[in-house]
Structure formats: C-alpha cells, structure tokens
Design a protein around this ligand. Structure first.
Ligand code: HEC
Ligand code: HEC
Ligand code: HEC
Ligand code: HEC
Ligand code: HEC
Length: 224
C-alpha cells in the first residue's frame, strides 16, 4: 500500500481525449461489472460431490503426510492441477489393503484401463482463465484457495472463486505470500511469525519484492 507514486508528466495532456472517453463510458462499465462480475451467483461454497471411491485427503495428505505434488504433479508447471491416474494409487495399493471393498472401483480401473470418474469439485466458467503454476511459483499456498485439504475426509469448495474474491487478493497479495518451497505445507506456522505481526509483514514484503510479485487486474489476463 502506498508504495507507488504516480507523477503525471507534461505529455500526459495528450491523453486527455482518451480520459474524456473513459469518463463517459466508465459509469456504464461500472454498472456492468457490478451487475455481473460481482454477483454472488457463481458461488458454490461447500460444494462436496460424492466421489466414486471414498478417497480421504485427511488420511493420505494429513496422517500419512504425502505431499500434494506426489499426486497433483502438474501444479508447478501447468495451468491445471492434474488428478492422479490409477497407477499412482496402485503404487501402494497393490500391496496396501488390496482386498478392501472400497478399492474395488480402483481395481476395476486398473484392470480395464478406464480412468476412475472423479467428480470435479472446483469449476470456473469457461470464460475465465486460471493458472496454478503462476500462483504456486509465486508462493501462494494451496491453503489460501482450497483451505485445509489435509484435514478433509471429502474435498469441498471452501472459497467463492468469484471475480471479487480473485481481485481482493490481486490488489493486496502481500499477506497471502510465503516461500514457494512451503506452498504445499498447509499447516506451516511461518516459523512462529504470528498473523498480523510486524515480523510476518516484513517477511512477506521481503518475498514480494524479491520475487517482484504484482498480480494483474487486467481483464484480459483472466478473460481471454
Ligand atoms: C494420494 C494422492 C493425493 C494426494 C497426496 C493429494 N491429493 Fe488432492 N486429490 C486426489 C484425488 C484422487 C482427487 C479427486 C478425488 C477427490 O476430490 O477427493 C483429489 C482432489 C483434490 C482437489 C479437488 C479437485 C477438484 O475437483 O476441484 C483439491 C483442491 C486437492 N485434491 C488438493 C490437494 C492438496 C492441497 C493436497 C496436499 C495437501 C492434495 N490434494 C494431496 C489425490 C491426492
Ligand atoms: C503412499 C502410499 C499410498 C498411495 C500412493 C495411496 N494410498 Fe490409499 N492408503 C494408503 C494407506 C497406508 C492406507 C491405510 C490402510 C489401512 O487402513 O491400514 C490407505 C487407505 C486408502 C483407502 C481406505 C481403504 C479402507 O477401506 O479402509 C482408500 C479408499 C484409498 N486408500 C484410496 C486411494 C486412492 C484412490 C489413491 C490414489 C489417488 C491412493 N489411495 C493412494 C496408502 C496409499
Ligand atoms: C490462487 C488460488 C489457488 C491456489 C493457490 C491453488 N488452487 Fe487449485 N484451483 C483453484 C481454482 C480457481 C480451481 C478451478 C480451476 C478451473 O475450474 O479452471 C482449482 C482447481 C484445482 C484442482 C482441480 C483440477 C483443475 O486444475 O481444475 C486441483 C486438483 C487443485 N486445484 C489442486 C491444487 C493444489 C494441490 C494446490 C497447491 C499446490 C492448488 N490447487 C493451489 C485455485 C487455486
Ligand atoms: C484475476 C482474475 C480476473 C480479472 C483480472 C477479471 N476477472 Fe472477470 N471474472 C473472473 C472470475 C474468476 C469470474 C467468475 C467466473 C465463474 O463464474 O466461474 C469472473 C466473472 C466476470 C463476469 C461475470 C459473467 C457472469 O456470467 O457472471 C464479467 C462480466 C467479468 N468477469 C468481466 C470482467 C472485466 C470487465 C474485467 C476487467 C475490469 C475483469 N472481469 C477482470 C476473474 C477475473
Ligand atoms: C490469495 C491470492 C490470490 C488469489 C485468491 C488469486 N490470485 Fe491470481 N495471482 C496471485 C499472485 C500472487 C500472482 C502472481 C503475480 C506475479 O507473479 O507477479 C497471480 C497471478 C495470476 C495470473 C497470471 C497473470 C499473469 O501475469 O500472467 C492469473 C491469470 C491469475 N492470477 C488469475 C487468477 C484468478 C482467475 C483467480 C480467481 C479464480 C485468482 N487469480 C486468485 C494471487 C492470487
């Protein structure tokens, strides 16, 4: 906040016609955005579809301590977060409790080659674009957007995923940053730096400067 100081140079007078046009369309534009972009109709907080296999993050990511990237292998490299193929599960389950009936659909998939039909929990409309790697590599943890998945027996949607929710962080990302190496450590305690403390703020401002983090508010970044 207050870190940028814009001084308008002489030549900015040349922009005046543009500014007038903007002043004329701005109210229309604001009404449009308020009416559509900020409407809560796209929220599905709490959405928790029934999955074909009772797979528990609380057990695998929480108790067994498996890293998110063991299964969601693409989060650092791609826009989407891949859901693991059956082979990833079978790396363990051909040996670990293979006879449990809860694993029957997994065996069926393994033998037929037909993927398990996991139900999608989070789902943005097609006209908006999201990129996991841009966030994960900037040090925005999964927990900021998905909550404590490592404590969820069944994954549900924790945040609205609305445009105003995206923009709230894009305008002020500082308190949501951590070292990129900590993004999958959902319960990380910032080495004792309490939320809101000067130590936490200094650390996060340092990271923001170091990695030159300045999220966009440009419509075309998210609507392409
Ligand atoms: C052992 C593999 C495994 C690990 C480890 C794992 N996940 Fe998952 N994850 C899955 C599977 C399978 C699904 C699809 C079924 C479901 O939603 O439970 C999934 C679904 C999800 C979803 C919902 C995706 C959607 O459809 O919108 C999120 C969010 C998620 N995982 C986050 C995480 C996070 C964060 C971690 C680390 C704390 C993690 N996962 C660790 C296997 C894993
Ligand atoms: C690193 C090893 C490992 C991987 C990989 C793994 N699991 Fe597991 N899973 C376990 C262990 C350990 C248990 C607990 C077994 C027990 O109850 O003793 C378990 C338990 C389960 C159970 C509960 C079984 C029951 O009825 O009690 C299900 C269902 C399950 N896993 C599904 C999956 C799926 C689906 C995947 C892939 C997305 C997966 N697991 C990947 C180790 C793994
Ligand atoms: C800045 C917010 C944000 C962060 C950080 C984030 N996600 Fe997501 N995640 C989303 C959104 C939004 C979607 C829905 C994307 C869509 O529908 O296009 C999503 C979808 C997913 C999905 C479903 C597959 C997909 O790509 O649609 C999985 C799995 C997932 N996230 C896992 C993770 C894991 C694991 C992490 C941390 C390594 C993580 N996410 C970090 C916002 C985030
Ligand atoms: C940081 C990303 C981001 C930026 C920047 C952004 N949007 Fe959005 N926008 C979204 C998301 C996410 C949604 C909701 C998508 C959904 O419903 O799944 C949305 C929804 C909308 C909708 C609502 C459509 C409907 O059916 O409800 C409109 C209109 C819109 N945006 C216009 C704009 C305009 C104009 C700008 C530039 C001022 C802009 N957006 C900038 C992410 C963004
Ligand atoms: C908790 C904070 C946070 C939330 C929530 C968030 N973002 Fe971001 N976003 C960031 C940060 C930090 C960056 C990286 C900016 C940088 O590297 O300068 C980023 C980058 C991006 C980029 C890449 C922009 C570029 O310059 O290429 C896109 C696209 C994006 N976000 C879309 C979204 C959308 C869509 C949503 C909502 C569904 C969303 N973000 C929610 C913090 C957030």
């Amino acid at each position: 906040m207050g870190r940028y100081h814009f001084v308008f140079p002489q030549w900015s007078n040349l922009l005046l016609p543009g500014a007038v046009v903007f002043a004329l369309i701005a109210p229309v534009y604001v009404v449009f955005v308020v009416a559509y972009g900020f409407s809560p109709k796209t929220t599905a907080v709490g959405y928790e579809p029934v999955q074909p296999i009772p797979f528990s993050h609380e057990l695998h990511a929480g108790q067994l301590g498996m890293d998110c990237r063991y299964c969601h292998t693409t989060v650092e490299d791609a826009a989407f977060a891949a859901v693991p193929p059956t082979q990833t599960c079978m790396g363990c389950h051909t040996q670990i409790v293979p006879e449990r009936s809860s694993l029957d659909p997994l065996w069926e998939s393994y033998e037929t080659g037909v993927p398990v039909e996991w139900m999608k929990v989070h789902n943005l409309a097609d006209f908006s674009y999201f990129d996991h790697s841009a966030h994960v590599n900037a040090g925005v943890s999964c927990v900021e957007c998905h909550g404590r998945v490592d404590r969820m027996e069944v994954v549900y949607q924790q945040e609205t995923l609305s445009m105003s929710w995206c923009l709230e962080c894009h305008r002020n990302p500082t308190p949501r940053l951590r070292e990129p190496s900590r993004v999958t450590d959902l319960g990380w305690d910032f080495e004792g730096r309490a939320p809101g403390s000067p130590e936490r703020r200094d650390y996060q401002e340092y990271l923001q400067d170091l990695n030159r983090i300045q999220p966009t508010q440009d419509c075309s970044a998210c609507h392409r």
